[in-house]
Write a protein that binds this ligand. Structure first.
Ligand code: FES
Length: 106
């Protein structure tokens, strides 16, 4: 399977404790900064159409603003009702102070 790294934002566009919505093609992806570690997941909740970046980031958990479902952003694991389907996660890396996200099979 091929993998493609996409440069998505400058490192300082996502401060510690913050998240940023980005789009790669027609994919909606959320980039998170947890204590200067960067993570990326699908940005659309698995329960309904809501952007997780409109919700709340608490440590390494994101809470959906629509119905309060929570996910671990490191693993994508669904943590609490009403969500029961995990989020897709993506690898990230820093290159020259830019955040890159890896999309498999792109
Ligand atoms: Fe996210 Fe319902 S749409 S918890």
């Amino acid at each position: 399977m091929s993998e493609v790294w996409h440069s998505v934002c400058a490192r300082d566009e996502v401060q510690a404790g913050a998240m940023l919505p980005i789009e790669i093609g027609d994919m909606h992806i959320a980039v998170y900064n947890v204590d200067d570690e960067y993570f990326a997941t699908d940005n659309i909740c698995t329960h309904g159409f809501a952007l997780l970046t409109d919700g709340f980031l608490d440590g390494d958990s994101v809470e959906c603003a629509l119905h309060g479902g929570c996910f671990n952003i490191r693993t994508g694991k669904a943590l609490c009702e009403p969500v029961d389907v995990d989020l897709r996660t993506f690898r990230t890396r820093l290159v020259d102070d830019r955040v890159e996200v890896c999309i498999d099979g792109a």
